[in-house]
Design a protein around this ligand. Structure first.
Ligand code: ADP
Ligand code: MG
Length: 200
């Protein structure tokens, strides 16, 4: 028999991170669904500020859904976690740095914690607690989208509207995925999405 990667009772941290539309939420939902099929007790959290598609569901851009508890602080996750064995957290970049300690406590208590969030903001700068989480995680998965200009692998989120706040909620009307070459934080003009839908 193969040895287990982790002994029973040991927790760990998985981080799924990349730009917008790179499939972070899809991957988080996929991992949590598999845990659920294995009859593990699962809880999903998201920041209460993220009300884009639904309040009580985590929803991907491809409309995959998973029921969740919206929370306004990482401390609230500890209060609500109960006997969950697997903890999912989406849009983790919106929480403050206290998330790192909370995730470590959850993992130290023997839970599997799967955290998804943006690695960079629209200026290409490390976003909130994600870099710190990547440092302490056992597993880090970097997801890539498709550049809407050239079709190359994309790891940047291009903001299409001029706003200086770090947090501007939105989806394909506000952001699009770009590769390193076609991403420009100084440009906001709403370029037409050219891939993969435009075949003219
Ligand atoms: P994330 O959580 O990283 O923002 P989601 O998991 O919510 O990503 O959505 C991924 C889905 O977004 C893809 O399966 C695809 O349907 C859609 N999508 C829209 N634009 C793009 C793009 N430029 N590259 C890849 N997927 C895209
Ligand atoms: Mg997402």
């Amino acid at each position: 028999m193969m040895p287990r990667a982790y002994p029973v009772g040991t927790g760990w941290i998985e981080v799924v991170t990349g730009c917008m539309f790179s499939g972070k939420t899809e991957e988080l939902i996929r991992r949590l669904n598999r845990a659920r099929y294995a009859t593990q007790r699962v809880v999903m959290y998201k920041p209460a500020v993220d009300t884009r598609y639904a309040v009580d569901d985590v929803v991907s851009h491809s409309d995959a859904r998973y029921p969740c508890r919206p929370v306004s602080s990482p401390a609230e996750m500890l209060r609500l976690v109960g006997d969950a064995q697997v903890v999912g957290i989406d849009e983790a970049q919106f929480f403050d740095e206290t998330l790192i300690d909370v995730v470590e406590r959850l993992a130290n208590d023997g839970r599997r914690v799967v955290v998804a969030g943006l690695d960079q903001d629209y200026r290409g700068k490390p976003f909130g607690p994600i870099p710190g989480l990547m440092a302490v995680a056992e597993y880090v998965t970097k997801t890539l989208a498709v550049c809407m200009v050239c079709g190359s692998p994309a790891n940047r989120s291009q903001r299409l509207v001029q706003r200086d706040d770090q947090v501007v909620l939105g989806a394909s009307d506000t952001y699009e995925a770009r590769c390193r070459l076609h991403w420009d934080p100084e440009r906001f003009d709403a370029m037409q999405q050219s891939l993969p839908l435009d075949d003219s």
